[in-house]
Design a protein around this ligand. Structure first.
Ligand code: C5P
Length: 440
């Protein structure tokens, strides 16, 4: 296969060198196609040596061969890593002002984009819109990773590791081999789900055909959904966390989107891919989640708090990694302090200030207690939190967390009915949202 590795002008451009090697080692013919600014970060000789082919950046080189047309026709795939905010913008608007963008505009091969940039740039509405447009063209986007960015910052926007990009690209290439027309050539094509670096297991299970949403039932509604589990940092490398993977919340977001809602997913350390077509804010700690929720709920019709939010966080954050001392009896004691109860806070704000989401929905993962069933504990919690609905499920080490199936009892302060929904997390989501839709 002949793979064009496009390289945008960002600090992560050095990882493209490793990507060239991986494709080369796998037996592919590789063409490195940097933008002019990418060459500020990696040198042409490096790219030529690693790809074994000459490197060009402009359509004014090799003019008699009409290089962009030739490269576009010969390519089996175009993989761009890193795809900077500027490059995404140029591709989204169909610009052809260098060899790479002209080639992308010409090719019929699958185009795989691995964006990398600072979190603020990734979350800017302009970039969100460009990503939406690019997905609409049938391009495959690899979600950026969360982690260390340029300088001291960390957050979403990091280029995934070259091995992960390589594997994600290989999956797309296997799906659209040479000779099989890529569906992006069909007008109106939009890929069903994004490409994710790493394992596909989760995305496969989440996009199981069990979700057959009633179309449009939530059309015109804005729903904020929290998912995943928060992490409370102890020191730069350790945290207190929980077993939530985010599967249920992501399934809710996907089902709400399919039912026509405009969805804002606030994902805390999601271990599953976020669905396409929803606004996504990634958070780490309960404090981050609180900020994101309070910022997002104005004008929302419903808030569904399915994230497992830590009730406590370490009282002190150690700026440097906590070390053992030589004394075996010198063991650190971790003191905890309370986190704000975000669900209660949103309910109280609504009571005091009016407005706020019409429906506030909590999730209660209960193990039961010696004298109370999970449902009894759930009813107490519904009263204590004051929310409109509470989805109660029984959890244990192998129950509820990370599984594809769930059983919840949906109790409410608005009705005495307490239906039990059981099935895949997608089916349970659809049942919950169908119930909520009747109150919106
Ligand atoms: O009290 P408990 O953690 O069991 O309550 C679960 C519900 O409360 C979930 O909807 C969760 O998202 C929310 N919650 C919260 N803030 C916390 C703890 C939980 O909003 N600090």
């Amino acid at each position: 296969m002949r793979i064009i590795v496009g390289i945008g002008g960002g600090i992560a451009a050095y990882k493209a060198a490793m990507l060239l090697r991986l494709f080369g080692k796998a037996g592919h013919e590789v063409i490195a196609m940097p933008t002019i600014t990418a060459l500020e970060f990696v040198g042409k000789p490096t790219l030529e040596a690693l790809s074994g082919n000459p490197v060009h950046t402009s359509v004014f080189e090799q003019v008699p061969q009409v290089n962009h047309v030739r490269q576009a026709e010969l390519a089996d795939a175009v993989v761009i890593a890193p795809a900077t905010a500027d490059l995404l913008a140029r591709l989204a608007s169909g610009r052809a002002d260098d060899l790479l963008s002209a080639t992308v505009l010409t090719t019929h091969a699958p185009v795989i984009l691995a964006p990398a940039m600072h979190t603020q740039m990734w979350e800017h509405p302009a970039t969100r819109e460009n990503v939406r447009i690019l997905r609409g063209y049938g391009y495959h986007l690899i979600e950026p990773a969360v982690g260390r960015l340029t300088g001291p910052d960390s957050g979403v926007g990091r280029l995934p590791e070259p091995e992960d990009i390589f594997e994600a690209a290989q999956r797309v290439i296997a799906e659209f081999p040479k000779g099989k027309e890529h569906p992006s050539q069909t007008p109106g094509y939009a890929p069903t789900h994004p490409v994710h670096a790493g394992s596909t297991e989760d995305s496969d299970s989440l996009s199981a055909p069990s979700i057959e949403p009633e179309p449009g039932i939530l059309a015109g509604k804005r729903i904020v959904i929290t998912a995943g589990g928060t992490r409370e940092a102890l020191d730069p490398v350790r945290f207190l966390g929980n077993r939530s993977t985010g599967k249920q919340g992501v399934a809710l977001a996907q089902a709400a989107r399919d039912m026509g809602a405009s969805v804002h997913l606030i994902g805390a350390n999601l271990e599953v891919p976020a669905p396409d077509g929803v606004e996504l804010t990634r958070v780490v700690s309960a404090a981050d989640l609180q900020r994101a929720v309070l910022k997002s709920i104005s004008g929302a019709d419903a808030l569904v708090m399915s994230a497992a939010v830590a009730d406590f966080r370490p009282a002190d954050y150690a700026e440097y990694k906590i070390k053992k001392t030589a004394d075996p009896d010198d063991n650190p004691v971790i003191r905890l302090v309370r986190n704000p109860d975000i669900l209660r806070e949103v309910v109280q704000r609504r009571q005091q200030l009016g407005g706020g989401p019409r429906l506030i929905v909590g999730f209660a993962a209960e193990t039961g207690s010696p004298d109370k069933t999970p449902l009894e504990l759930g009813r107490e919690k519904l009263t204590r939190k004051g929310c409109d609905f509470l989805a109660v499920n029984t959890v244990g080490i192998s129950q509820g967390f990370g599984t594809d199936e769930n059983t919840v009892t949906l109790i409410s302060s608005l009705t005495d009915e307490a239906p039990v929904f059981s099935g895949s997390k997608g089916e349970v989501s659809r049942d919950i949202l169908t119930t909520l839709a009747a109150y919106l």
